[in-house]
Design a protein. Sequence first.
Length: 364
Amino acid sequence: MRILDRYTFKPVLQTFLGCLFVFIFLYVISDILGHLDEILKNRTGFIIIYQYYLTYLPIIFTQTSPIALLLATVYTFGRLNHNNELLAMRSNGLNLWQISAPVLTAGLILSMVVFFVNERCVPQAQAQSERMKGYFQDNKKTGSKDEIIKQLAFFGLKNRLFFVDSFDTKNNIMKGITILEHDEEQNLIAKIVATQGIYKDKLWIFSEFTKLNFDRSGHISADTIYSHEQIMDITESPEDLLSQKKRPELMNINQLEDYIWRLKKSAVTQAARNLLVGLYQRYASAAQGVILILIGIPFSFVIRKRANIFSSFGICLLISFLYYVLTAIGLALGKAGILIPFLAAWLVPILFSLLAIRAISASS
């Protein structure tokens, strides 16, 4: 690494680490204050709180690190511009791309780290932290079975895909049940809908049961079955089903892609679209490190007169607000079917990147 590269990289790295520590600290403190009444009510010990936030740390890191790097970039380049150091570098024949190269490399590395953490660590951290959060609520203990779990999906035997609105694990009651049955080639052959299912005497009994059978062309056949109460040929116990439970946010990318593929084969198009938007958003979120740096470099010239951490934070707040609000709008349009899933996740990052690249090139 050249001396000049270290001259820009080192202050960005130092500021990034400091900002990251502060953001994580503020995140934890604000979350503790939000649950303070429950913590005091249930007399939650320090060790439990410490273990919970240690488990949750990968999630906090992925959410705060891109903003910390943006703030570090805006502040460092603002200071260099304020002290006319950028002017000196450019007078020696360096353009803004060459000056920014070490920081952009750092953003690329951070993006890869965030992607890895999201893929390998976040699903496990999310699941474990949710189990531990029971200590904060209603005096439940980790792993307690006395709970109602919302929005479940799991794979069962006989190529069945279960969707359940709520699962009362204490009374073994499922509500809002949809079961999709597939053949060996994953073609949809039947759809079962029931308002409720109760596990009693090692049998599942469904209420307001409807079964739609499909032919090879995907059309509903004539032999549709209706029943007020139906004993099901489901051999899995509640424990068996819960052991297979997977929510999309708890899946890695391979699992999510397989899940989306099964939904598409089952003609569950709306759910597949929503999950596909979320899948592309995972990739777009990982790229935020580079994208926010590209945006931050041109904005750093705005604070030439007063290049301090407060003005830098103001610029950072403005960029982050615009970026995340527009991204949320794009995701909503994608889930509504107005934008295709890829554009819903990538339109805002691509537009911001193109504008930033043009601004940097114009300043070089």
